[in-house]
Design a protein around this ligand. Structure first.
Ligand SMILES: [Zn+2]
Length: 104
């Protein structure tokens, strides 16, 4: 793989692992710092990645539409949208999502 990509990928994976570990196993103060300082950044990053996967006038994903030939256009919900839904609301090994349990 590309050296620059490898380093960028490693940094993102390391950052996310740190956030996850502190949120799960850190003290209350550290978890609060994660929630207030890091979570908004993660939400913004998620939105930047996910936000463009909306339908065009023909029901095809605007983002996935750019990546493929016309005969391969993805209808919404596209794979990215579905993966995001699964990651947020049906995470593997986490049972039901915390916000779902709270019935918000
Ligand atoms: Zn898409």
């Amino acid at each position: 793989m590309d050296v620059v990509f490898d380093e960028l990928h490693r940094r993102v994976k390391s950052y996310l692992a740190t956030v996850k570990n502190v949120a799960a196993d850190g003290g209350n103060e550290a978890a609060l710092v994660i929630a207030r300082d890091e979570l908004p950044l993660i939400v913004d990053a998620f939105d930047a990645l996910f936000g463009g996967h909306i339908p065009d006038d023909n029901g095809h994903c605007r983002q996935c539409h750019r990546a493929g030939r016309w005969w391969r256009r993805r209808r919404v919900p596209c794979r990215v949208f579905l993966q995001a839904q699964i990651a947020l609301f049906h995470p593997v090994g986490h049972g039901r999502h915390a916000l779902t349990r709270a019935e918000l």
